[in-house]
Write a protein that binds this ligand. Structure first.
Ligand SMILES: Nc1ncnc2c1ncn2[C@@H]1O[C@H](COP(=O)(O)OP(=O)(O)OP(=O)(O)O)[C@@H](O)[C@H]1O
Ligand SMILES: [Mg+2]
Length: 267
């Protein structure tokens, strides 16, 4: 499939320097330098949002990449809490202390800034694709106020998928997410720009095969999945995510019909 790179898991690096916190982020991500001399935005395992936010970042970020969206490279970052010794902020100190070991890193895009679709209008096709992706994954975090989309080298880059798949915060084998979950797109960044969804839906739904979903789930470290006590083993948790995607993609996709109705009403 075009655009899919062979992978044997996320690349691993070790943090060598804690540079500075990102004050805009609710989870207080930090900028770090790593032993490959790259700079990464570190999303901490010990942040209030918990490890499931990192699972969602990997699953949805890597799915988006495979559907042709630009997403900064995701890496696993080994963190020594001692790195933050000289950081004066108590909150940052606590975060580092709670996050020793593996965390998630995003390749840092220097000089990027928040994407504003009014200044630079997206194509109707790209807008529809992004709307569809966020509706599939129940990502409520791509609004006008909080676009979580960066403009870098004149292209759109997607970040911050930690709030998607939110049902996983309360699921159990006997309380499984409904495939037809409605997605409230009223405030979505791309709502005013998206073209008709039917074609995009047919193409993208066909591309999200069970194999692709498994490939993406395989990138999530076992230890992060094992933290989900509802299902027992990492494999059982991966199965649960697979079942969610299979159910959500099985026709008829009422969530797409509802999304299209909302979109058409806006035009
Ligand atoms: N890869 C990156 N390159 C450059 N800047 C980034 C990158 N990732 C994040 N940022 C910057 O850091 C900010 C916070 O990141 P992010 O949105 O992922 O954190 P968060 O804590 O989940 O935020 P939120 O408050 O939206 O929940 C972003 O709004 C953006 O300005
Ligand atoms: Mg954000």
């Amino acid at each position: 499939m075009p655009g899919v790179e062979p992978t044997n898991g996320l690349r691993r690096v070790a943090a060598t320097r804690y540079v500075t916190p990102f004050r805009e982020g609710g989870s207080l991500p930090g900028l770090v330098e790593a032993d490959d001399l790259g700079m990464y935005v570190l999303k901490f395992r010990g942040a209030g949002q918990g490890v499931k936010a990192l699972v969602a970042e990997v699953v949805v970020g890597e799915l988006a990449r495979r559907l042709g969206f630009r997403v900064p490279e995701l890496v696993l970052v080994d963190l020594d809490p001692e790195l933050g010794r000289s950081e004066p902020d108590q909150e940052v100190q606590e975060l580092l202390k709670a996050s020793g070991g593996w965390n998630l890193g995003l390749d840092y895009l220097p000089g990027s800034f928040d994407y504003n679709p009014v200044v630079r209008e997206p194509s109707a096709d790209l807008a529809a694709r992004l709307l569809w992706l966020d509706a599939l994954t129940l990502n409520v975090d791509r609004s006008w106020r909080n676009p979580n989309t960066l403009l870098w080298h004149r292209e759109l880059w997607l970040i911050d998928h930690g709030a998607s798949l939110y049902f996983h915060h309360s699921w159990r084998p006997e309380r499984f997410p409904a495939a037809g979950y409605r997605f409230d797109a009223a405030d979505h960044l791309m709502m005013p720009f998206a073209g008709p969804l039917a074609e995009v839906d047919a193409e993208l739904a066909a591309r999200v095969t069970p194999e692709l979903v498994r490939e993406v789930l395989a990138l999530v470290p076992d230890a992060w999945l094992a933290a989900d006590e509802a299902f027992g083993t990492p494999e059982a948790v991966r199965d649960a995510y697979e079942r969610f995607f299979a159910a959500r993609l099985a026709g008829p996709r009422t969530w797409v019909d509802e999304l299209e109705a909302a979109r058409a009403a806006r035009v």
